[in-house]
Design a protein around this ligand. Sequence first.
Ligand code: HPA
Length: 269
Amino acid sequence: MSGFGRECAEIVRAAREGSYKIGMILGSGLGALAEEVEDAVRIPYSHLTEFPVSTVTSHSSELVAGTLSGVPVVILSGRAHYYEGGDPTVMRTPVETLKELGCEILLATNAAGSLRQEVAPGSPMLISDHINWSGMNPLIGEEDEKRFLDMSTAYDADLRAAMKKVAEETGDPVAEGVYMWFSGPSFETPAEIRMAKTLGADAVGMSTVPEVIMARFLGMRVAAMSIITNYGAGMQTHALSHDETKSVALQGMERMKQLVRAFVKEIGQ
Ligand code: HPA
């Protein structure tokens, strides 16, 4: 089973020659990072074969190829989610495209709810590992033996160390924790949040895990970062909403931009 990554990579190369080092996927409210890319071409997903256009407001659905901190990068500004159509392979072609364009590293970002009081809304959290609570997997149906993918080092230790180093250099250490994937699109219940805490999660969200599995399947090294936009259900007095996700992600954007730029510089040399 394979997607249209090669075909899409050709379309990108026709618009901008070159090979790329780091691929990024931007989550809810984080699209502003794509504006930082220099010498860029911007290609709407609708021009890329089999690229899913997200139905989520705040996802812009364009591929941006260029340089960030002098490093050649491809940014996928906007992702499609499992909950949009029930397809865990929905991001297969976009991740394959990054790989075909030469990206050895994937940096995935998302918005997430915190389960830890000390990791407050507005702050970033580096993902150290995940729990796949959805029960879904983008490798279902894969026939190759490669489907029995080792996930014990999914979130690359060297990349995490690099992110922690650049965070400390800017005087603000970054929290690190386990991300638990719920299918969504409804938010969790307070009971589910208590369960998630008991099971060892530090944050909850509705994305990223399928792309990480796919990227590892393709042999990419992975780093992932959440922007915490709220506390988990039952941990805050007001209701959870996508409006809050978008507005708090925007508030955390400056810090996120600073970290991502420094990280790309650190690992891209
Ligand atoms: N739960 C799931 N997804 C989310 C959350 C949350 O609390 N916040 C942002 N995305």
